[in-house]
Write a protein that binds this ligand. Structure first.
Ligand code: AGP
Length: 615
């Protein structure tokens, strides 16, 4: 979704802002803009579409810029008002002296807009953001102090905001403020940064101050002051970012998505590191702050998440119920919030989110906390808002994921749930020791098995070419891989825009079978050695009888599959409960190669955002 960078310092301001926005591009956006202090002027530039348009615009107009000392930039993902130049940020007040960029949604913007129009403000856009520009300018005309004007203004805003403000009459100062939307300060030497996310600043500094809700940052090139909304200075800790700038490079891969798929063996190793060190010893999971007695007495686990993270939750239901015997409910965060849930202090609520910023999940988590549940967050962003709400936090350490389509964060979250399941089973004594040893042994082998898949992708690439012209797909599976079918279909939809749906294989004959003919390929996930294989095979035969083209994703060497299916994609054998780790990889690759073959914008699919910070 939207992204912000503000910069003040000795470097080329335009370059820093453009590179910061480039590193936020993966979040998804439809227009971009920046405001630059040039001598005593403030100059605003905006373009529609990709950042390259803004870069070209600035290149063409660089002779207009003389002495740029600071600036604020933004990429916008439209919420209020269409993607248009007039709605792109930065927004200005009526006289044009004050500029603001904003992430989030101002819920009371209509009331504020009416009040401000009555006071003579002239609105140009349909955005909620523009009220902030007029509001702060209005307060500034009374207080004659930008800091106080912002304090007075944010007190009137309802909703979520991370804002950066500059004023023509207040040279070389950028002020940031936040509530329910992320914002951080990058601390440099003779330079400082304000940003909505770490990739925007990582090239320049690792020293970071995270703003909390209702805090205001007053930033010059040599100083950073953080204050509360009453103007009281707050002593904040400088944290060192764990990311390396190299994480933002494709390292020779054509797309970040492919690079991130190939990183998965090491990502799994990272998750296991320090947690399983000997199959005879219990799992170490110090991140779980529940005492052992509470784990033994847990009545229920609720998992709440969205999209790909929700699919992790669906796998986790099978794993946790199988390993611990505790009943697990899984629900989309955006639905959980409308239910009178039976959550209480004997419930463990687990929020799953790669970004840690998903608004629906944050709302659901707050709801669960209000009911006294212990909240455990599984996320790739231990620096996120969601992580700050956690009673227990499992950081999955997949490294920064740039591609909008989640891949390595999915596998890292999955592996974390296997470890959580084993940890809880060891506390509760629900699995026998031989089973546990074998299970841990197989988990340690997983990275090598994923490497095996990645070392030979010819059959997946050929399959992708063969099926790239189809307009619809069905993915079927049973049991623990039902979520793999959902996730495989979601990946294909996201990056190739092909209509793909995941179904429980047993449900095929209860409706979807009506759609089957030679134009509707069916991908069956058939993991051998478990209880679902034969049944999914029968369901595939039913599809074949309706002339559907069939793809098998299987760990079986049974030759009869080669005559039944049009394409057979073989993966290494693992026990069924672990097979989602293996089965998800060819699904990711198939989606990637189809999208790449069709020439789609793989890393930044249309309309999608990496962090969905609005409900
Ligand atoms: C993943 O490929 C998707 N882009 C999307 O479904 C994503 O999983 C969803 O928006 C949830 O995001 P989160 O994991 O950051 O909470």
């Amino acid at each position: 979704m939207c992204g912000i960078i503000g910069y003040i310092g000795h470097r080329n301001v335009v370059n820093v802002i453009l590179s910061g926005l480039t590193n936020l591009e993966y979040r998804g956006y439809d227009s971009a803009g920046l405001a630059l202090r040039d001598g005593s002027d403030i100059k605003v530039y905006k373009t529609l579409g990709k950042l390259v348009n803004l870069k070209n615009e600035l290149e063409a107009r660089k002779s207009e810029l003389y002495n740029v000392t600071c600036g604020i930039g933004h990429i916008r993902w439209a919420t209020h008002g269409s993607p248009s130049l007039v709605n792109a940020h930065p927004h200005s007040c009526t006289c044009g002296k004050l500029v603001v960029v904003h992430n989030g949604i101002i819920e009371n913007y209509k009331e504020l807009r009416e009040e401000l129009i009555k006071k003579g403000c002239e609105f140009k856009s349909q955005t909620d953001t523009e009220v902030i520009a007029h509001l702060v300018a209005n307060e500034y005309s009374k207080a004659k102090n930008l800091e106080m004007a912002i304090q007075n203004s944010v007190a009137k805003l309802q909703g979520a905001y991370a804002i950066c403000v500059m004023h023509k009459d207040v040279p070389d100062l950028i002020i940031g403020a936040r509530k329910h939307a992320p914002m951080l300060i990058g601390v440099g030497d003779g330079e400082n940064f304000i940003a909505s996310d770490t990739p925007a600043i990582i090239e320049y500094t690792k020293k970071t101050i995270y703003l909390d809700d209702n805090e205001i940052a007053i930033v010059t090139k040599d100083s950073v002051k953080i204050k509360d909304i009453n103007g009281e200075e707050i002593d904040k800790k400088i944290e060192i970012l764990p990311w390396e700038p190299i994480a933002l490079s494709k390292l020779g891969y054509k797309h970040f998505m492919l690079k991130e798929i190939y990183e998965q063996p090491d990502v799994i190793r990272n998750v296991l590191n320090g947690k399983i060190y000997d199959i005879d010893e219990p799992i170490i999971l110090n991140e779980v702050k529940l005492d052992k007695e509470t784990i033994r007495n847990l009545k229920k686990i609720e998992i709440i998440a969205c999209g790909t993270s929700l699919h992790v939750g669906l796998v986790a239901k099978y794993v946790l119920e199988d390993f611990t015997g505790i009943s697990v409910e899984v629900e989309a965060s955006s639905e959980y919030i409308y239910r009178k849930t039976t959550t209480d202090s004997s419930t463990l609520v687990i929020g799953v989110s790669q970004s840690g910023e998903t608004a629906d999940t944050i709302t659901a988590i707050k709801q669960a906390k209000a009911k006294n549940a212990h909240v455990l967050i599984v996320t790739n962003r231990p620096d996120s808002n969601m992580a700050r709400l956690a009673d227990s936090l499992i950081p999955v350490n997949a490294g920064i994921e740039v591609s909008v389509a989640a891949t390595k964060s999915y596998i890292a979250q999955l592996v974390s749930f296997y470890l959580l399941g084993i940890y809880m089973a060891e506390v509760k004594g629900t699995l026998d020791s031989d089973y546990l040893k074998n299970l841990k042994h197989e988990i340690i082998q997983l990275p090598t098995k994923v490497e095996e898949i990645l070392s030979c992708t010819n059959s997946i690439q050929t399959c992708a070419k063969k099926f790239s012209s189809f307009k619809n797909f069905i993915f079927i599976a049973r049991g623990v891989n039902l979520a793999t079918a959902y996730e495989g279909a979601l990946k294909l939809k996201e990056v190739s825009y092909i209509n793909a749906t995941g179904y429980a294989a047993g449900e095929l004959k209860h409706g979807p079978i009506a759609m089957l003919d030679e134009t509707m390929p069916v991908l069956s996930i058939l993991m051998s050695g478990g209880i679902t294989y034969e049944k999914v095979l029968s369901n595939s035969e039913e599809a074949k009888a309706r002339n559907a083209k069939l793809i098998a994703l299987t760990s079986s060497n049974d030759e009869k599959l080669d005559s039944l299916f049009d394409v057979v994609l073989r993966v290494p054998q693992v026990r069924e409960i672990l097979s989602p780790i293996i089965a998800c990889v060819p699904c990711q690759l198939l989606a990637y190669y189809i999208a790449e073959f069709l020439g789609k914008d793989v890393d930044q699919p249309r309309n999608l955002a990496k962090s969905v910070t609005v409900e």
